[in-house]
Ligand binder design. Sequence first.
Ligand code: GLA
Length: 431
Amino acid sequence: MGNTGRAIDRPEEYIVNVTPQWLPAWDDDEGARRATTLFRGRFGTEPDGVWSAPGRVNLIGEHTDYNGGLCLPINLPHRTYVALRRTGDGTGAGPSDAVVRLTSAQEADAELWSRPLADVGPGTVDGWPAYAAGVAWSLAADGHDVGGFDAAVDSCVPYGAGLSSSAALECAVAVALDEVFTLGLGGDDAGRARLAAACIRAENEIAGAPTGGMDQSSSLRARAGHALLLDTRDHTTRHVPFVLAPHGLALLVVDTRASHQLADGQYAARRTACEDAAAQLGVATLREIDPAGLDDALARLADGALPADVVRRRVRHVVTEIARVTELVGLLESGRIRDAGPVLDASHASLRDDYEVSSGELDLVVDSARAAGALGARMTGGGFGGSAIALVEVDQVDAVAGAVAEAFGLQRLTAPAFLVALASAPAGRTR
Ligand code: GLA
């Protein structure tokens, strides 16, 4: 009873869980073992191998990839593992007896998903199998000899957290199919760019999410210890060293656990607004707008499907965000990561105020992380929920995570989850 008085004085002490929940990454042994065990149990035979692909977190350059702009993702240590066995011949157009069978540890009670490859197409597949079967469809549509296969999937990429669990699945399947059907694409960057294009097409046309391609490019093309500077105008890349430990820093990723759904209308609406603005300005993409001429360009925008002031803010975000990517790359390449906080903060403000894709939970992560000493913080990925990143002193990781968890507890929000991102290896064969 001695606590009763304090509970009345400070009730939050009794509901706040300040112990951060961490999201561990599996090592390759564990991932391969899980996927192989699932495969044996569901298909009663051995897989040809296990392939895996990482989720990603974007450092900066948000909502720029469908505007011909720049972005700068790193791969996470968290990967999706696919044990896969080729069951039929690749015959180009895909015969009706080429069957795709899929199972996922994340859908433990579900029936085995099974479908002739010839029956996979836009609008024919719902849910997670669209991301896996869709890649086989788009590779076949691209003229590659892909036939039937069985696949078992297991993953430690946080699901629905804006950390590219979908792209991790697509890219793991892509490198697996590349190898078992000897497509010869996975061995060099040019081939990987083609695999990425197939994954993007699967996501756009089979899964129906109008995303821009950063996620798949990262998962297939970014290197360990590096961020990927991706120029989406021509899909050229540069590998920017990104190792924080020598600087005494760490990148904290916070999954708000607030619902986030890319196939919904908000993402598509932003994309349409950008395309309409580019058409009004007579340019192919917003990338063509010179930041020095931004005010003139904004002044030329008129009311259309959206009021002009809304379109102006959307355009201002995209043009200034592309410039911030260049700024951050400059800091990274000159060893000045400690000066990066304001660039991250400015990106968040732009996404919150001009692009309007943040959320109360994302703003809370950013504000509470900064108040607890983060050098800078921003939402990452598509927004509307999902995850945020914070650049923190390595010896303050626990304190900042604790402060964010406490801030969520005080507002009675679902507890967030945390991971520390190290720039990790791209998709490839694991076993
Ligand atoms: C999602 C999409 C990406 C990109 C980001 C926003 O992650 O999948 O293509 O548009 O949103 O930068």
